[in-house]
Design a protein around this ligand. Structure first.
Ligand SMILES: *Cc1c(COP(=O)(O)O)cnc(C)c1O
Length: 229
């Protein structure tokens, strides 16, 4: 086994253990490999271990990798903050966008997604623990946003995404409570199936609280070196 196979197996094993401890089925939690700052040859090597879903934060870096790896069957997720002037590229090139926190952003993504493409999967980012510096809508606005965004034709609203402060495990439970509470507002409630939470440092706690998708970078690829960017 090469190094990436080893780290991926370790992460999958941690996920399985966390599911077992929580009495959850391991098939309910998927692994998003966060490949930001790692070059496309590393992504290709991770792909060779069987990984298909990859997450990126920086648009230009992501577009370069998407182009370089277009022959691979990768499901690309954008997990960075979504600015208005980026929506066109996101709608064209990604399968998922996790950082939607305003109606106008969802509306632009829906308008810019081609009808010939599958609907763009989106998650609503919520500032679940009221951090000053954080992106994300406020928890009080979620019900209304779900009601309106779920009616847009070319996006499929799948759930919530949160990035709580480190060690704030209560925030994961709060996110799960909110996730369940707003489901009736969704125009197509069967689409509401994704709770994107948990990273390298807090995966087990997020899974215990009900995460369905963990976003893991460091535990898979090692520490990031931002000086190379
Ligand atoms: C970078 C990043 C991750 C991965 O974090 P690690 O601690 O490296 O696992 C997950 N989610 C988001 C939104 C990120 O920006």
């Amino acid at each position: 086994m090469n190094g990436l196979e080893i780290t991926r197996n370790q992460v999958l094993q941690q996920m399985a253990t966390a599911c077992q401890n929580a009495g959850r089925d391991v098939a309910q939690v998927s692994l998003l490999a966060v490949s930001k700052t790692h070059p496309s040859d590393i992504v290709a090597k991770m792909y060779a271990t069987g990984q298909r879903a990859f997450g990126e934060n920086y648009l230009q870096e992501a577009l370069d990798k998407i182009e370089a790896l277009h022959e691979l069957d990768i499901e690309w997720h954008f997990i960075g903050h979504v600015q208005r002037n980026k929506t066109k590229h996101l709608a064209a090139h990604f399968a998922w966008v996790h950082g939607v926190d305003r109606f106008v952003i969802a509306e632009r993504l829906s308008n810019q997604r081609q009808a010939t493409q599958a609907p763009l999967n989106i998650c609503l980012q919520v500032n679940i623990d009221d951090q000053d510096s954080k992106d994300g809508c406020s928890p009080q606005d979620v019900a209304d946003l779900v009601q309106h965004i779920s009616q847009l034709p070319h996006v499929r609203l799948r759930g919530l995404m949160v990035i709580p402060a480190p060690h704030n495990h209560q925030a994961f439970t709060d996110a799960k409570t909110l996730f369940d509470a707003v489901k009736p507002q969704h125009a197509n409630p069967q689409d509401w199936d994704t709770l994107s939470m948990g990273m390298s440092g807090d995966m087990p706690a997020a899974i215990a609280a009900g995460s369905t998708m963990v976003r893991v970078g460091t535990a898979l690829f090692g520490a990031r070196d931002y000086s190379q960017n």
